[in-house]
Design a protein around this ligand. Structure first.
Ligand code: A2R
Length: 329
C-alpha cells in the first residue's frame, strides 16, 4: 500500500543504479535521483530531507557531510571500498552491502578463469573459429593443467568458501589465508599471504579492497607462487601491483593469470592485455540478470527494514551502528 507522501522517508538514489532499486522503493519512499558528483548541489531543502542513500559501492565523503539527517547508506554490491565507512560510523550512519546473493556467480567465474588460465581454452576457441584446425592440424598441447594443483585462497569468506567447495570437488587441495582462521573448516590455514603463496601453486584472491590489501599481490608474493604458478583475482584490482604482475607473467616467474578485476577500471594496461598467458574478463563475475535483481532486492530490503524497524539486514561490520543485524538466512 502506498504511504502518504508526507510520511515517506526521502532516499537519494545515486545514478546510474539498477532500475529495480528505484522501482522497489517507489510508493513507500520519496525518491531523489542525482549523479554522485551533482548530488551535493541539490537545493538545501532537499538535502536536509534525505534520510537514506542508495548507491553502487561508492559515495563521495563530502556528500555524507551535507546530508544532516542521513541514517543509512545502502550499497548495491558486496565491495564497499568506495565508501568511507569509518566516517559514516562516526556520523552514526549505518552502511549496508549485499553479501551472499552473488557468491555462487562469482565462484563460477573464478573457476572459469582458473580453467581458462590453465588450459587456454579461449585461445583454442579463437584458433578453431579462424579455421586453423583444417590448415594447421591438431591444436598444440596445453603446457598447464589443473591436475595435481594445490590451491591457496586469499580471503576465505563467503565467496572464497564457494570457490573452495567447487575446487574441492575438482579434486584439488585447498589452503587459505585470512587475518583469522575460519572455525569449522578443514582447509589448511597459512599465517600470511606470503606463506600461502609459498605453500601453493595456484593463488585465488577474493579479498576486499582498501588500505589493508592495497598492492599486496606484489613481486615477492608472485615469486613465492613459482614458475608453475597461476594467479586468479575476483576480489579487487587494487590488491595487485599490476606492473609486477605483468613482469612476472612476461619473464616466467609465474605461468598464467586469470583476472576479472583491474586496478583502474575500465582502463586496463595494454601490456597486460597483450600477454598470451592471461585470461581476462571485464568485471562480470556477478553480472547476471538474476544476481543483479537479487542484489537490488537486498538494497531495497535493507532500506525497508531500517525505516520500518530501525534494523539493517546486512550492515557492514565497520559501520554497524545499529548493532542489531538480523540473519537473512
Ligand atoms: O581477515 P578476515 O578474518 O576478516 O577474513 C576476510 C578476508 N580478509 C582478509 N584476509 C587477509 N588480509 C586482509 N587484510 C583481509 N581483509 C579481509 O577476506 C574474509 O574471509 C574475506 C572476505 O570475505 P567476506 O567479508 O565474506 O566477503 P565476500 O562476500 O566473500 O566478498 C569478498 C570480496 C568483496 O569485498 C569484493 O571486493 C569482491 O569480493 O567482490
Amino acid at each position: 500500500m502506498e504511504t502518504p507522501l508526507s510520511a515517506q522517508p526521502a532516499v537519494l538514489v545515486l545514478t546510474p543504479l539498477h532500475p529495480d532499486v528505484k522501482n522497489g522503493l517507489s510508493g513507500r519512499f520519496e525518491i531523489v535521483e542525482a549523479a554522485p558528483n551533482m548530488a551535493g548541489t541539490l537545493p538545501p531543502a532537499v538535502l536536509s530531507r534525505i534520510r537514506g542513500v542508495a548507491c553502487a559501492g561508492s559515495i563521495p565523503r563530502s556528500l555524507i557531510d551535507v546530508l544532516p539527517r542521513l541514517e543509512i547508506i545502502a550499497s548495491f554490491g558486496v565491495g564497499y571500498d568506495g565508501i568511507d565507512v569509518g566516517h559514516a560510523a562516526e556520523r552514526g550512519v549505518v552502511v549496508t552491502n549485499t553479501p551472499d546473493v552473488l557468491n555462487e556467480e562469482v565462484a563460477d567465474t573464478a573457476v572459469w578463469l582458473l580453467i581458462d588460465a590453465a588450459r587456454g581454452f579461449s585461445k583454442a576457441q579463437g584458433w578453431l573459429r579462424q579455421g586453423r584446425w583444417t590448415s594447421d592440424g591438431p591444436y598444440p598441447l596445453s603446457p598447464c593443467s589443473l591436475r595435481g594443483r594445490s590451491v591457496g585462497i586469499w580471503g576465505l569468506g563467503r565467496i572464497g568458501l564457494a570457490i573452495a567447495r567447487r575446487l574441492e570437488a575438482f579434486g584439488l587441495t585447498i589452503s587459505y589465508h585470512n587475518r583469522r582462521p575460519v572455525a569449522g573448516v578443514a582447509y589448511r590455514y597459512q599465517p600470511s599471504l606470503q606463506a600461502l603463496a609459498a605453500a601453493v601453486d595456484t593463488l585465488i584472491a577474493a579479498v576486499p579492497g582498501g588500505s589493508a590489501t592495497d598492492g599486496a599481490i606484489d613481486g615477492g608474493v608472485l615469486a613465492a607462487l613459482g614458475r608453475a604458478g597461476i594467479f586468479i583475482n575476483v576480489g579487487r584490482g587494487s590488491t595487485v601491483d599490476e606492473q609486477a604482475l605483468v613482469r612476472c607473467l612476461s619473464d616466467g616467474t609465474i605461468a598464467a593469470a586469470g583476472l576479472d578485476v583491474f586496478a583502474s577500471e575500465p582502463n586496463v594496461r595494454a601490456d597486460l592485455l597483450a600477454l598470451g598467458n592471461v585470461a581476462v574478463l571485464p568485471h562480470v563475475a556477478a553480472a547476471t540478470v538474476k544476481a543483479r535483481a537479487a542484489v537490488a532486492r537486498l538494497v531495497v530490503a535493507n532500506l525497508d527494514e531500517w525505516f520500518l524497524h530501525a534494523r539493517a539486514l546486512t550492515p557492514v561490520p565497520e559501520a554497524d551502528v545499529s548493532k542489531s543485524a538480523i540473519s537473512t538466512a
